[in-house]
Design a protein around this ligand. Structure first.
Ligand SMILES: [Zn+2]
Length: 67
């Protein structure tokens, strides 16, 4: 289960698209509650062998600082 980083909703989200980034499987999700999008990264580090999983918020407000 994935948690929306914008509003905290926890559920299975609709996957808009997916791709590979280095050793990660990246998926783009849209939250049905707040309508904002985020990327979910999931992969196993080739160095440590540990599972690495995190989300990155995208589609932030225009007035926010650039990242
Ligand atoms: Zn949300």
């Amino acid at each position: 289960m994935i948690k929306c980083p914008h509003c905290g909703l926890e559920r299975d989200f609709k996957e808009l698209k997916s791709w590979k980034f280095r050793f990660y499987d990246v998926k783009l999700f849209e939250c049905p509650k707040c309508k904002r999008k985020f990327n979910h990264y999931y992969g196993v580090s080739p160095r440590s062998g540990k599972v690495s999983e995190f989300v990155i918020r995208i589609g932030l407000k225009k007035k926010g600082p650039p990242f």
